[in-house]
Design a protein around this ligand. Structure first.
Ligand code: ADP
Length: 267
């Protein structure tokens, strides 16, 4: 696909996701098509959090109102009861939203595609080229030939790669534009697993606390959710693989994940 149409696809996807999010309809957002399902995991997590926050905040406000009506010298039971009715309504609202999200996830169980990792990674690179260009990041790819096929959910694995690329771009926002380099490569490990590596020239990771990055809600970004890498790790492990981070030389971070080769296609 020519670069301009990639951008159109991406812009279109972002516009639809943005519109669904603006309408506050997370479920509609999650029902969007393939390209759009490639929203970053952090973005989805932020939307779930947002959608849950409203009914919970409303329940707390109503509980406080109910207590105030009861705490009066002459408790106003009617008003207190009305406040508790509203709490029941808020609780049901939250639980309905969660139920709908759960039903949606069940509707789309992880698929077991036989897939060519390079093809999946190329699509992620195309989808992110608007973001890398906007941030003046120079992107290099080294996709190995003749890799064995893997078995798994293409969209989920693409979400992992997408998250690693976006994290790398964000990490490099603090270094000068000329020094922003991203290398995306594929290959095999000694054990014959397929490997995807995303390497950047950002501030890097502290070797002593590198595992904390994968903990849910660990974030160093003002508007981060800290959930992206936690979900990435669980997706990779559900595929029988591993995801880890290391320090890059001379600077930056290296995030890598492996997925076992499909038995028949392993050499
Ligand atoms: P979020 O991006 O919302 O913070 P993540 O789970 O994706 O959540 O990342 C957790 C944290 O890991 C980030 O806040 C950042 O501190 C660190 N991190 C992730 N990727 C990189 C990277 N490429 N270079 C340096 N630090 C990173």
């Amino acid at each position: 696909m020519p670069a301009s149409s990639d951008h159109q696809v991406q812009d279109h996807a972002h516009a639809e996701i943005g519109q669904a999010a603006a309408e506050g309809d997370l479920v509609a957002m999650m029902e969007l098509s393939h390209a759009n399902r490639l929203a970053t995991l952090g973005y989805l997590a932020a939307s779930v959090t947002h959608e849950m926050k409203q009914p919970i905040a409303a329940a707390v406000t109503n509980a406080m109102a109910g207590l105030r009506w009861l705490d009066r010298p002459r408790p106003d039971l009617d008003r207190a009861r009305a406040a508790f009715d509203r709490i029941v309504r808020d609780g049901n609202r939250a639980s309905n939203t969660l139920g709908r999200i759960r039903a949606l996830i069940r509707k789309a169980p992880p698929r077991n595609d036989r897939l060519e990792i390079n093809e999946a990674i190329r699509e992620v690179i195309e989808l992110t080229c608007g973001e890398t260009m906007k941030n003046a990041v120079s992107v290099r790819t080294e996709l190995a030939d003749g890799l064995p096929l893997i078995e798994g959910d293409r969209v989920q694995l693409q979400q992992v790669a997408l998250n690693l690329v976006i994290n790398a771009v964000e990490a490099m926002s603090g270094v000068s534009k000329e020094a922003r380099e991203l290398l995306i490569s594929t290959g095999t490990t000694e054990a014959g697993d397929v490997r995807v590596t995303v390497q950047d020239s950002g501030p890097g990771v502290d070797p002593d606390s590198v595992n904390r990055l994968f903990e849910a809600f660990y974030t160093t970004k003002p508007s981060g959710t800290g959930i992206g890498l936690a979900i990435c790790r669980s997706i990779v492990e559900a595929h029988g693989g591993r995801l880890w981070a290391e320090t890059n030389q001379p600077q930056g971070a290296v995030f890598q994940f492996t997925v076992p080769a499909q038995p028949e296609s392993a050499s």
